[in-house]
Write a protein that binds this ligand. Sequence first.
Ligand SMILES: Nc1ncnc2c1ncn2[C@@H]1O[C@H](COP(=O)(O)OP(=O)(O)OP(=O)(O)O)[C@@H](O)[C@H]1O
Ligand SMILES: [Mg+2]
Length: 237
Amino acid sequence: MMTMRAPLSDLPVMLQDVRMASGKVTILDSVSLTISPGAPTVLIGPNGSGKTTLLRVLMGLLTPTSGRVTWGGRENAPPERRAIVFQRPVMLRRSAEANVRYALGRDDPARIAELLALVGLSGLERRSARRLSGGEQQRLALARALARDPELLLLDEPAASLDPAATKAIEDTVRAVAARGVKVMMSTHDLGQAKRLAGDVVLLHRGRVIETGAASGFFANPRTDAARKFIAGELLV
Ligand SMILES: Nc1ncnc2c1ncn2[C@@H]1O[C@H](COP(=O)(O)OP(=O)(O)OP(=O)(O)O)[C@@H](O)[C@H]1O
Ligand SMILES: [Mg+2]
């Protein structure tokens, strides 16, 4: 008899008491989090607080020293339905459209054009990807990640060092894909951006989750002193 199975999902991602250490250095400590479908989760915290490391753990690129990570209840979920964009993405030495075609795994000109338009790169299809500006390369990296049709999209400071127009293009893309049901988890140093995009917020400090919850509550009524300071723009050291 044939059995019908629901398609496997990577969501929710659950971290239970995750610790990451390198030698004697603790990078993540006692991190327990659930990443559920919905509006973007924004990860904030000072330099070195563990944001990039946490995103790599969520992608499955790093295995925690201890603790448990599950994707849709599975411990070994291949990264087919998730994608990550690093802060300094590496471009193939080919045109912008060839970079997207490669990520897509097939030649589908309409889909490639749609993805480039989504990130605001229409007109630059034939430009050598390595000759694009830093901001354009970040948007191309986002198009490549979206080509893989992820249900979980991890972005590490996607708008770092971009000007307002390029930042807006990134934020518009995040909103557009979130509206289509893609779960976005992104780190940022920009509290304004966190307020504009976040459904919920995770504040990391020295590898620990200091506070997490709905963005509205987090910004209006932070529960911890550290969150209050961070929101007020004071230095968390
Ligand atoms: N492989 C590693 N070995 C040793 N230490 C590491 C390793 N990877 C990261 N670290 C350290 O762990 C801490 C957290 O690094 P991580 O890159 O996750 O922070 P971050 O919050 O992304 O910082 P930033 O805001 O500067 O990007 C840093 O002190 C970093 O030096
Ligand atoms: Mg980082």
